[in-house]
Design a protein around this ligand. Structure first.
Ligand code: T3D
Length: 263
């Protein structure tokens, strides 16, 4: 049996999945996809886990699809990339979009190709100063996949998205912060500890409210204002009946930190 290519740990409500092929800059293979699917399913089902953080071993987050792996071939003998996308990348992006816990992409270094779009599919991305995001696809005569053509125009606008795709230039951590692609940038030396502390702070939040925020933001992309106001009212009605709302208000009145249970 081959050695595992991801590691997965869980501590204090935070699960950390680490892509672990540092000599190949953690490039994605079928084996890595399978292990990633299994780890995400395991953490989704684990009641202790509130936040799942995805990061990379070594100096990179991930260099996208492994360009040295054997490609599936179509009947014409040419590479059949659709097969890989339908089998591996598309289900991963849809899993992240609907994931029942908060997801953080912790960019310890470069995120290139599909990896950049996997990072953007997580709920929030944070970066080390040395990290960058690169729509590297144009360099190998492909278009961005793994949801890149869907999410980038929504995040940065169609013109800027197309420029990032056409130039394939890396976006530095600082620029990604200014563009809103990442939420925080931490120093390289303390990144692992800072990322864990950030994940812990989110894990201390109210899970039902966090899930409702994810749902509301996602649905806002297709809703008009009136529908979105109704959605907010429906979701807030549910949250208002939660133990966590009572606890949040009690903690405020008692001037103490709230302890949320997700009920
Ligand atoms: O099924 C399908 O294929 C469709 C799906 C496509 C999805 C995609 O993700 S397509 C895009 C694939 N990714 C890329 O095009 C990025 C390729 N990598 C790079 O451009 C550069 O490596 C980086 C900009 C990410 C980092 O550059 P640098 O100079 O810091 O490192 P390096 O020297 O290029 O890489 C270090 C090693 O990792 C090197 O191996 P070596 O020479 O030391 O033995 C390099 O070959 C290897 N490596 C880097 N990226 C990949 C890779 N090996 C396999 N696959 C890679 N993607």
């Amino acid at each position: 049996m081959s050695e595992p290519v991801i590691t997965s740990t869980c501590e204090d409500a935070v699960a950390i999945i680490t892509l672990n092929r540092p000599a190949r800059l953690n490039a994605l293979t079928s084996q890595m996809h399978a292990e990633l699917r299994a780890a995400l399913a395991e953490h989704a089902a684990d009641e202790r886990v509130r936040v799942v953080m995805l990061t990379g071993a070594g100096r990179a987050f991930c260099a996208g699809q492994d360009l040295t792996a054997e490609l599936p071939l179509g009947p014409d003998g040419r590479a059949d990339l659709e097969e890989t996308l339908l089998r591996e990348y598309n289900p991963l992006i849809l899993t992240l979009a609907d994931y029942p816990k908060l997801t953080i992409a912790a960019l310890n270094g470069p995120a290139a190709g599909a990896a950049a779009n996997i990072a953007l599919a997580c709920d929030i991305a944070i970066a080390a100063q040395a990290a960058n995001l690169q729509q590297a696809f144009a360099r190998i005569a492909l278009l961005p996949d793994a949801g890149g053509t869907w999410i980038l125009p929504r995040l940065v606008g169609p013109k800027r998205a197309l420029a990032l795709m056409l130039t394939a230039e890396p976006v530095s951590a600082g620029e990604a912060l200014r563009m809103g692609l990442v939420a925080k940038v931490f120093p390289d030396e303390s990144f692992a500890a800072d990322a864990r502390a950030f994940a812990q702070s989110l894990a201390a939040g109210a899970p039902l409210a966090q899930q409702a925020m994810k749902q509301a933001v996602r649905e806002s992309l297709d809703n008009d204002l009136a529908s979105q106001l109704n959605l907010e009212a429906r979701l807030q009605a549910k949250l208002g009946r939660s133990d966590d709302f009572e606890e949040g208000v009690a903690a405020f009145r008692e001037k103490r930190a709230a302890v949320f249970t997700g009920r």
